[in-house]
Write a protein that binds this ligand. Structure first.
Ligand SMILES: *[C@@H]1O[C@H](CO)[C@@H](O)[C@H](O)[C@H]1NC(C)=O
Ligand SMILES: *[C@@H]1O[C@H](CO)[C@@H](O)[C@H](O)[C@H]1NC(C)=O
Ligand SMILES: *[C@@H]1O[C@H](CO)[C@@H](O)[C@H](O)[C@H]1NC(C)=O
Ligand SMILES: *[C@@H]1O[C@H](CO)[C@@H](O)[C@H](O)[C@H]1NC(C)=O
Length: 319
């Protein structure tokens, strides 16, 4: 009884002495990051001024209050251990960490002196956070301004970088928003936002569609061909949306596919412009005297129609 009394007095004396000297003013502050499933040791060490035989230590967490008292484990007994590699050490070992262990831990002496504060963060891969607007198609009118945005969850917080195109060329923009003012049809492309933290990275792709009314241009406005010769009429049609493209021949017939008289062909005019080359070639030997005159290349989209005309003129043999 006397011995215990002495110990308490002595401990009280030491504590006051240390408080005066500022020994406890700065508990150890640590931030630890750990992957799920890994083990982690939370540090706690008595300052050398303390008499280790007279001090006992408790671990608390912001989630579960008391975890340990001395070397006794009060919670998660098969995952938690107090590791004393020396008399001064009161480290807390957490085995096979789960998300629920993400919390703030405090190591305190039985005299209420805080020895360490450990913030334990569980590392989490970046994941796109759709938040309701996860549509990966974005549509804007030409001349407008488009705001593309991405958000990622993850620990540590993921940084975001932007890329353009199938080959993911960096745009040089970082952060959650990509703003494209005064947009032109040439901005039509896929855009990728990449969320990256020290654990891993995730890409999210947005398909940007720039809308503009249909336009049609012809390569040559007049074409000179001999009777029975081959005339190749070419036009470029663009628009977003671009629904139909076709030729109307001199007789008013709509040509949308290859026939006995014509070869009809449509091919894309560029990777990232919604434009098409539309060609109409008369087959050899079919062009008669009645087939000279205007041919119209026409396109429609979104209820609008555009066209352009090529005049096919007979090329007479010089006399
Ligand atoms: C832990 O402590 C940090 C800083 O002291 C604080 O920002 C954070 O919100 C705390 N976390 C929990 C789970 O209490
Ligand atoms: C968008 O969200 C809906 C419901 O929230 C989900 O069913 C769908 O798979 C999501 N699409 C994408 C591309 O993430
Ligand atoms: C957008 O384009 C218009 C006309 O081409 C120009 O006057 C204006 O300065 C541009 N605005 C921006 C922000 O580039
Ligand atoms: C984003 O985070 C990763 C991992 O922490 C780092 O390697 C990369 O340099 C960061 N990028 C930017 C643009 O901050």
């Amino acid at each position: 009884m006397v011995v215990n009394m002495e110990r308490i007095l002595l401990a009280g004396y030491l504590l006051v002495g240390l408080l005066l000297s500022g020994g406890y003013a700065n508990p150890l502050e640590v931030k630890l990051r750990v992957r799920r499933g890994d083990s982690v040791i939370l540090p706690c060490r008595l300052s050398s001024d303390l008499e280790p035989d007279m001090v006992s230590v408790r671990w608390n967490s912001s989630k579960d209050s008391l975890l340990t008292s001395g070397t006794r484990v009060l919670k998660y007994a098969n995952q938690i251990e107090v590791v004393k590699t020396s008399k001064l050490e009161w480290n807390l070992l957490i085995k096979s960490v789960k998300d629920t262990f993400g919390a703030n831990y405090t190591c305190t002496t039985d005299q209420q002196v805080v020895l360490s504060n450990v913030q334990l963060l569980i590392l989490v891969d970046p994941k796109i956070d759709c938040g309701g607007t996860n549509s990966s198609d974005v549509s804007v009118d030409e001349g407008g301004t488009v705001h593309l945005s991405c958000a990622f969850t993850g620990e540590p917080v993921a940084n975001i970088t932007w890329f353009r195109g199938d080959y993911k060329k960096p745009i040089g923009i970082t952060g959650s928003k990509l703003v494209l003012p005064n947009i032109t049809r040439h901005a039509t492309d896929v855009y990728t936002c990449r969320g990256e933290n020290s654990v891993s990275s995730e890409d999210y792709t947005i398909n940007l569609i720039v809308k503009f009314p249909v336009e049609v241009d012809v390569m040559e406005k007049t074409l000179y061909v001999k009777k029975g010769g081959v005339s190749t009429l070419a036009c470029i049609a663009q628009g977003e949306p671009l629904d139909e493209t076709y030729w109307i021949d001199v007789h008013g017939n709509k040509v949308m596919s290859t026939t006995w008289q014509y070869d009809f062909n449509i091919e894309p005019a560029g990777a990232h412009i919604p434009a098409k080359f539309v060609t109409l070639a008369t087959r050899k030997g079919t062009l008669t005297v009645f087939d000279f005159g205007p041919y119209t290349c026409e396109a429609n989209g979104d209820g609008r129609v555009a066209n352009a005309i090529v005049n096919v003129v007979e090329l007479k043999e010089p006399n």
